[in-house]
Design a protein around this ligand. Structure first.
Ligand SMILES: N[C@@H](Cc1c[nH]c[nH+]1)C(=O)O
Length: 388
């Protein structure tokens, strides 16, 4: 057996074809909304993009270059694009609408079935702080998923500002808030409840923390959220969500969204409304995103921004194997008729038909070989073109 490193995957032809078809559909949609494609390098400096990516350090693949600088395999595309917006694109005025299709890398520490390299298709809308921008990004994610063929899915929308303010307001310090955030991040609500009960807090504070778990469902829950937290950060977050709701209504997509004020993201650069897309048949989110208004400051071009990334591997899983099979014609020929076969193949390919040319003496079992093709043409007679 030739083992692969943990989390690394090969893609075989049928899956490759499915991925390719879905990828093209999504890219087509992102283009129709005016987003421009870009590419960035796979390797970035740890100190700048690696740190800005705001993913847990053990999830980064690190290596050294010849000069001793620490490099990382990019764990996402948002930080590299922030770097780009602040350097090569520094003279291009905002808002910027960029899209990418790239492999990203997140180290796995055991072979638990999770890939360490996967493809993301995403967008970044940089330099626009409006709720229209937040709404556009969510609307585009929905349009892209629909275009890919997905129909049964929901977008859970939360707000980093609300959950952080509520936790801090109740438990008093970041460290204790972090422990609670960890439970929410893992969606371990049983653990969260047990932990809350074990804290030395008043029963009012404990019930506030438990009440947070109920802030999931339709957007009318925003009213309960208002009662639970009345400080300035909380109000600001809820106002953001109310404005966002109006935009989503304008797009006519409220059937696809629900509120989840427990949402904690895997990247710590988020600052506002955040969201995750769930297909009905998969437990893991197939895409996620949100507002990150502080990230560009790290690259000396402060700007508000929002965006999303869709995981192609998970989307393909959610869709099942849907590739339309490409039909291939096979021309089997002898030495004497090779020239005719090449001519015929050329003619068919120019009509858009995929053709395989196969020398008869290169196959052991003609019957078995033929089974793989929809259409077989034998060029093995003495004269003339086409079938014998
Ligand atoms: N980069 C994020 C997705 C995202 C794009 N823009 C904002 N968020 C991720 O990998 O999950």
């Amino acid at each position: 057996m030739f083992e692969k490193p943990i989390g690394m995957r090969d893609t075989l032809p049928p899956l490759y074809e499915t991925k390719n078809q879905i990828r093209e559909r999504i890219k087509g949609e992102l283009k129709l909304w005016g987003y421009q494609s870009i590419e960035t390098p796979t390797l970035e400096y740890y100190d700048t993009v690696g740190v800005a990516s705001a993913i847990l350090d053990p999830q980064l693949f690190k290596l050294l270059d010849q000069l001793g600088n620490t490099l990382v395999l990019r764990p996402d595309m948002t930080a590299p694009i922030a770097r780009l917006a602040a350097s090569s694109l520094k003279d291009v005025s905002f808002p910027l609408r960029l899209t990418y299709d790239a492999n990203v890398f997140r180290a796995q520490h055991n072979e638990g079935g999770r890939p360490a390299e996967f493809e993301q298709l995403g967008i970044e809308l940089i330099g626009d702080e409006t709720s229209s921008a937040d709404g556009e990004v969510i609307a585009l994610m929905i349009a892209a998923l629909k275009q890919a063929g997905l129909s049964h899915f929901k977008i859970a929308i939360g707000h980093v500002g609300y959950v952080n303010a509520l936790l801090l307001d109740t438990v008093g310090n970041e460290q204790r808030a972090d422990t609670l955030r960890r439970f929410l991040y893992e969606k371990n609500y049983v653990g969260y409840r047990q932990h809350v009960k074990s804290l030395s807090l008043s029963s009012i504070d404990k019930s506030r923390l438990l009440e947070l778990l109920n802030l999931r469902g339709d957007f009318s829950k925003l009213e309960d959220a208002k009662k639970l937290l009345t400080n300035a950060e909380g109000n600001k977050a809820l106002q953001d969500l109310e404005k966002l709701w109006d935009v989503l209504e304008n797009y006519g997509i409220t059937d696809f969204v629900k509120l989840d004020l427990n949402l904690i993201m895997h990247m710590s650069y988020y600052t506002g409304a955040v969201f995750e897309a769930y297909s009905d048949n998969l437990g893991t989110p197939i895409g996620s995103g949100g507002r990150y208004d502080e990230l560009l400051k790290k690259f000396n071009r402060p700007a508000p921004a929002t965006g999303f990334g869709i995981r192609l591997d998970l989307l393909v899983e959610a869709l099942g194997n849907t590739a339309e099979k490409q039909t291939v014609t096979c021309i089997i020929h002898t030495n004497e008729r090779r020239k005719d076969a090449i001519e015929l193949a050329k003619e068919k390919r120019s009509e858009g038909i995929a053709v395989i040319l196969q020398d008869l003496s290169g196959i052991k079992d003609v019957d078995q070989f033929s089974q793989n093709y929809d259409d077989i043409i034998y060029c093995i007679g003495k004269n003339g073109k086409g079938d014998i």
